[in-house]
Design a protein around this ligand. Structure first.
Ligand SMILES: [Zn+2]
Length: 396
């Protein structure tokens, strides 16, 4: 794998086999390219030199997809699954399946720091593989690997209170031990390689461009090849939404704006025929359509929230409106950062305002959109988070 800043020429792109002979078509729907996932312990070829491996994961959709890319000297593995015995067994079996034709894993590229994606990267490093990730992914993963405490930090408790958690719920949140990141992610080596936005990776005959974005995770990496393949991690997913959480250490982030901005940047690199290789579920075509579907479902949530915020409420009081059901205490303590994300996003758009009530923020729909509302829709942190306004009528 060679790293280079050079971009492929249009001639090189046209020469690539994938799509080269295909007549241009307009994709009008999101279509799975292969609805049947490879069995556990095997790998399914989805393009020349690209294999799809599905691994078991305890949480979420119950599985994660990783991709093995054939390079000149072995395999480049994009993501690894969780550091768990059954995941390692399934992955090593699948790689054994590929070994005779592709060789062993020489490099591991990590899309983002979540345990189901990078848990085994450190294990591969111990076998001699090079680890490649964005600066943000490495920084967050290393910080979390060294956080061995099971207790909530003061920062996390303050964030929960700010979001509206209180009384018994807050007590349970504080009392319940955290899940330790290091229990699901093998220790990473000190020597790793950083990939930055816009850089390209030459893997086999393909050139993959890095799009580093935010919203789902810090410095999430999406790889777009010069022949229409997109390894999207958890940025764009079929059949499920992607979590857009606000982290306790950056309570003013607008993850929705950041995620949309990243989608737009990916959209500049793809066409209707591009094939998305997502972190969960099934590879598909129709990436632009799927992005619009995901935005439409976020907008449906936003509409429900604006209705819900006719009267002032905390972010955590909005969870039922977001999920359209009553959540258990365990779910509320896990999912409230997503509610804060929606509050921050609607505040950015000037559609809600946040008012301090003690240590908590109470949100309410703007009586009328402010003419000077911040309408930024980019990857930056919002500098004016809580748009305290005298226009709010709390008595309505
Ligand atoms: Zn993720």
């Amino acid at each position: 794998m060679q790293r280079t800043q050079r971009l492929p020429t249009s001639e090189e792109a046209a020469k690539s086999q994938h799509h080269a002979d295909a007549a241009p078509t307009t994709v009008e729907a999101v279509r799975a390219i292969d609805a049947i996932a490879p069995a556990t312990g095997t790998a399914g070829q989805v393009a020349e030199g690209v294999w799809w491996i599905r691994l078991p994961v305890a949480a979420g959709p119950g599985h994660v997809n990783v991709y093995a890319l054939q390079d000149r000297d072995g395999i480049v593995l994009v993501d690894t699954g969780t550091n768990a015995p059954q995941t390692l067994q399934a992955l090593t079996e699948a790689l054994r399946f590929l070994k005779s034709s592709c060789g062993t894993v020489r490099r591991v590229v990590m899309t983002h720091h979540h345990p189901d994606h990078i848990g085994l990267a450190g294990w591969f490093a111990e076998q001699g593989a090079e680890i490649v990730a964005t600066r943000g992914t490495l920084a967050v993963a290393r910080r979390m690997l060294h956080d061995k405490t099971l207790l909530r930090t003061p920062e996390e408790i303050d964030f929960a209170v700010l979001s509206g958690m209180k009384d018994l719920e807050l007590a349970a949140f504080i009392r319940r031990p955290k899940r330790r990141y290091a229990d699901a992610v093998a220790m990473l080596p000190n020597a790793t390689s950083v990939i930055a936005d816009g850089e390209t990776l030459q893997i086999g005959r393909r050139c993959w461009r890095a799009i580093v974005g935010n919203g789902h995770a810090v410095d999430h990496l999406t790889l777009c090849s010069n022949d229409g393949l997109v390894i999207s991690g958890d940025q764009i997913l079929p059949g499920m939404s992607t979590n857009l959480n606000v982290p306790a250490d950056h309570p003013n982030l607008d993850p929705i704006a950041a995620w949309r901005y990243t989608c737009r940047r990916i959209g500049e690199r793809i066409d209707d025929r591009s094939i998305c290789l997502p972190g969960h579920h099934t590879p598909f075509t129709g990436i632009a359509i799927r992005s619009r579907q995901m935005i439409a479902s976020q907008e449906a949530v936003a509409s429900r929230l604006l209705e819900h915020l006719q009267r002032p409420r905390t972010a955590i009081d909005c969870l039922a409106a977001i999920y359209r059901r009553t959540l258990s205490l365990a779910e509320r303590t896990l999912l409230f950062p997503e509610a804060v994300g929606y509050m921050n996003h609607l505040a950015t758009r000037g559609e809600v305002v946040g008012l301090p009530r003690g240590k908590t923020i109470v949100w309410q729909k703007q009586r009328r959109p402010r003419g000077d509302a911040i309408r930024r829709d980019a990857s930056q942190t919002i500098s004016r988070l809580y748009n305290f306004s005298s226009e709010v009528d709390e008595t309505r």
